[in-house]
Design a protein around this ligand. Structure first.
Ligand SMILES: Cc1cc2nc3c(=O)[nH]c(=O)nc-3n(C[C@H](O)[C@H](O)[C@H](O)COP(=O)(O)OP(=O)(O)OC[C@H]3O[C@@H](n4cnc5c(N)ncnc54)[C@H](O)[C@@H]3O)c2cc1C
Length: 490
């Protein structure tokens, strides 16, 4: 791939230079499109949200991205929609812009363009009414210091109730045919000392990385792009995973779920939801939609152990992580992947290729929890995952894992030992299991929580899992969905 990209904007193909350090936000603002704001510069505030369109069936499906955390080069072959693009050609506002105004949702205005783009994507992807829950979910990745959250949510609902034909409704057909023509070339890097390369196969990615050990490997870019921006020196070599479709493939069979490392969190969600809804709730609490549309599971694991909220789930399900060094493949159990010193059992240019999760057997009970300083937009203080087989009230199998209790996510082997063969609702067994958790982990203390808080939270989550698993009922108490049902102004 050369250092130019082609994308569609307002029904026209744009071809422009895309050097290895040019973010979408820098390109927009450098082009005079200053609606997207530079807030936190690390994808956490939503002020720079932009919509990205891709062909889906007959039309265009929109996702949002944090423009500060995406290179322009990653958007080769996509449609880019900025806040400046959504009003009609005659200047009349898009229904979400009109609703943000009429609901009084734009106060200081700094976050409004980003929030408008999240509502734009929701509006364009939805037929008919927009439910309050959908608007709330779409706005999850936005921080508003004026506190206009309820007004923004109401604007989403109002826009759905006041539909008109929008500019992007009219442009849909043209955009779809333009996108079909943007396939991009697959040439190897022209010059070995500086390139942005987007190989199309796993082999090509692994070999290129093995050859260029100094290259930056970039999947979704949510961590790598802000980190690059903090570097004093411009990165010379960047390998993008975005076009290696095989590396993003998800193979869901009755025996196992195989997730390509470059699969986004948004793409894998329905598959893990089918294993257990608690895993989907955990995915939903990793950043906002802007993050999950780009961030990959491989990037989540490669950046761990401390920020990998899915690790405990993978360990409790006995998942395997498949690694590639050049053409050589090896498999590491999820439980052994994260090392106690904070590193991983992975070489410097060893690629995470895929994650294979064996499906729990019929009748198995699974639970997963995340305890964090707040509900949204924060990594976990403690994660816990519980995988039981219970036969006539007796625990026949317990596989239990925690993140955030020790330096690396791990199985709680002593706890598992105390629970083997006991009645799930036997409170004396619970007491032994709570005590055993202290043998498994010497809970660490940091800014997210003291060791005592972490240990007591870990014990409470174990108790919650045992109550739910032993009670022979599907009832789960979870915070998700609860907020939307409560009108704090009532
Ligand atoms: C605002 C925000 C909130 C977040 N909240 C949470 C949270 O609540 N819980 C949580 O668990 N995480 C959280 N994260 C972390 C998030 O999960 C990661 O940013 C994301 O998964 C990284 O994926 P990526 O594809 O964007 O990785 P990139 O940024 O592209 O890469 C990150 C690193 O991983 C390496 N890498 C990527 N893919 C591979 C691969 N296949 N093989 C080898 N190395 C690879 C890259 O070289 C780079 O060093 C948050 C991040 C942000 C920005």
């Amino acid at each position: 791939m050369s250092e130019t990209v082609r994308f569609v904007r307002n029904g026209v193909v744009v071809e422009t230079a895309a050097p290895p350090d040019l973010t979408l936000l820098a390109w927009l603002r450098g082009s005079g499109l200053t609606g997207a704001k530079d807030g936190c510069s690390e994808g956490a505030c939503g002020a720079c949200t932009v919509a990205i369109g891709r062909s889906a069936g007959d039309g265009i499906q929109y996702e949002t991205v944090a423009a500060c955390s995406v290179l322009l080069a990653q958007l080769d072959g996509a449609e880019i929609v900025a806040i400046e693009d959504i009003a009609a050609e005659d200047g009349s506002l898009h229904p979400v812009q009109q609703a943000l105004l009429s609901e009084g949702a734009a106060r200081c205005g700094f976050c409004s363009p980003g929030a408008g783009m999240s509502l734009f994507a929701l509006y364009q992807n939805t037929d008919g009414d927009i439910a309050a829950e959908s608007a709330t979910a779409a706005l999850q990745g936005h921080v508003c210091r004026c506190g206009s959250y309820r007004a923004m949510m109401a604007a989403g609902v109002a826009a759905g109730a006041n539909r008109t034909q929008t500019r992007h409704d009219r442009l849909g057909g043209t955009t779809a045919s333009l996108l079909a023509g943007l396939s991009g070339d697959d040439s190897p890097p022209a010059d070995g000392s500086s390139f942005v390369s987007a190989p199309t196969s796993t082999d090509a990615v692994a070999l290129l990385w093995a050859e260029h050990r100094d290259a930056i490997l970039l999947a979704g870019g949510s961590l790598a792009v802000p980190a690059m921006a903090r570097l004093a020196r411009r990165p010379q070599k960047v390998i993008l995973l975005g076009r290696a479709t095989e590396l993003a493939a998800i193979d869901d069979s009755p025996e196992a779920l195989s997730i390509g490392a470059a699969a986004t969190l948004a793409a894998l969600r329905p598959h893990v939801a089918a294993i257990d809804p608690d895993i989907a709730l955990l995915v939903d609490r990793i950043g906002g939609p802007q993050l999950r549309s780009m961030a990959t599971i491989g990037g989540n694991l490669a950046a761990g152990p401390r920020g990998a909220d899915l690790a405990a789930v993978l360990i409790a399900l006995d998942a395997a992580i498949v690694l590639r060094q050049g053409l050589a493949e090896r498999v590491v159990a999820a439980d052994a992947f994260f090392l106690e010193d904070g590193s991983q059992d992975r070489g410097a240019t060893e690629l995470i290729a895929r994650i294979v999760i064996p499906k729990p057997r019929a009748g198995a009970i699974f639970r997963a929890f995340k305890a964090a300083k707040r509900f949204d937009l924060t990594p976990a203080t403690v994660t816990a995952a519980f995988h039981f087989i219970i036969d006539h009230g007796q625990i026949a199998m317990a596989r239990i894992a925690y993140g955030g209790l020790g330096p690396a996510p791990r199985r709680a082997l002593a706890v598992e030992g105390t629970l083997a063969g006991v009645q799930a609702l036997d409170r004396s067994a619970w007491a032994r299991a709570f005590a055993a958790l202290r043998q498994d982990f010497a809970a660490l203390s940091d800014h997210r929580g003291s060791g005592r808080y972490r240990m007591e939270t870990g014990q409470a989550l174990l108790g919650k899992a045992l109550i739910e698993a032993g009670s022979n009922s599907d009832r789960r108490t979870r915070l998700a969905g609860f907020r939307e049902g409560v009108d704090v102004l009532a």
